[in-house]
Design a protein around this ligand. Structure first.
Ligand SMILES: O=C(CO)COP(=O)(O)O
Ligand SMILES: O=C[C@H](O)COP(=O)(O)O
Ligand SMILES: [Zn+2]
Ligand SMILES: [Zn+2]
Length: 311
């Protein structure tokens, strides 16, 4: 039981044809819900912290909560920085005890992305920390940045090979049609599996990462809307597509929006049904249960990572 890097987890996931869930954390109830589910499933997990989460909760609080989760659950857990923007935030997270960091310089030109990523890789590796980088650009909302559909670009397989060789990065986030947030597709969902397969063949030893991989389960959107929400037309990545990606070279699947929807649906329902309650534990308790239920479903039915903590 410890905070670990993802190196072994990814090797086993790639060999076993499953993926590790990387769940975004922002407060105690979210962490507890995720970790309770992972413990019951004896699944390896990654808890990831965005710059927005650091700002909201303060990095020290999140780190201490994650340390408590390791101690309480007896699981090996990766503490990962999600979408690190620059060298400084990476450095701070490494000083804070993170075991994995993402440097996301995907919005820079290719050569600049390589330069920034390589600087991070050299520093992180010298500190025993692993690095995820991104090549290609996802559409959707990321912190305060909104990438329009027309500005999104899919990952070029040959560039991916050159990028991994020149940076020495441990894992690579690819753009194949997923996007952040609750509005991923207007019509039929479509991912470029052909591209994913080519990248996997060219980079057999590089675990690939799928961002923007929430399913946006209709029942949770409906629950939000039924109890006063207004989230029309939300659509995510179908579960069978995620299973297919997990069976290929995708070793890490990022999930945030589905946790937000589950938590919000539970709180909305409670508030609607219990207008005279004002004890936060009364609605944060069901919210934590909703997170747990969502993560259990992901681990068992989508990622296929049950039992991976022991393997
Ligand atoms: O990629 C993500 C975090 O980095 C989360 O994606 P979703 O918005 O699909 O949950
Ligand atoms: O990739 C984005 C994640 O969903 C994190 O979102 P956030 O930046 O709002 O914390
Ligand atoms: Zn990005
Ligand atoms: Zn992301």
């Amino acid at each position: 039981m410890a905070l670990v890097t993802s190196t072994e987890m990814f090797k086993k996931a790639q060999a076993g044809g499953y993926a590790i869930g990387a769940f975004n954390v922002n407060n105690m109830e979210i962490i507890q819900g995720i970790v309770e589910a992972a413990k019951e499933e004896q699944s390896a997990i990654i808890l990831q912290v965005s710059a927005g989460a650091r700002k909201y909760a303060n990095s020290i609080y999140l780190r201490k909560l994650v340390e408590a989760a390791v101690e309480d659950s007896g699981l090996d857990i990766v503490l990962h920085l999600d979408h690190g923007e620059n060298f400084d935030i990476v450095k701070q997270c490494i000083e804070d005890g993170f075991t994995s960091v993402m440097i996301d310089a995907s919005h820079y030109p290719f050569e600049e992305n390589i330069r920034i990523t390589k600087e991070v890789v050299d520093y992180a590796h010298a500190h025993g920390v692993v690095v995820e980088a991104e090549l290609g650009r996802l559409a959707g909302v990321e912190d305060a940045v909104k990438v329009k559909k027309e500005d999104a670009t899919y990952t070029d397989p040959d560039e991916a090979v050159e990028f991994v060789e020149r940076t020495g990065v441990d894992s690579l986030a690819v753009a194949i049609g997923t996007s952040h947030g609750a509005y991923k597709f207007k019509g039929e969902p479509r991912l470029d599996f052909e591209r994913l397969e080519i990248i996997g063949k060219k980079l057999p030893n590089t675990p690939l990462v799928l961002h923007g991989a929430s399913t946006v389960l209709p029942e949770f959107v409906e629950l939000c809307n039924k109890y006063g929400g207004n989230i029309p037309g939300a659509q995510g990545v179908p579960e069978e597509m995620l299973r297919r990606a997990a069976s290929m070279n995708v070793a890490k699947i990022n999930i945030d929006t589905d946790l937000r929807l589950a938590m919000t649906a539970a709180i909305r329902k409670f508030m609607y049904e219990n207008p005279s309650e004002f004890d936060p534990r009364k609605y944060l308790g069901p919210a934590r249960e909703a997170i747990k239920g969502m993560v259990k479903h992901k681990i068992k039915d989508v990622l296929g990572s049950s039992g991976s903590n022991l393997k």
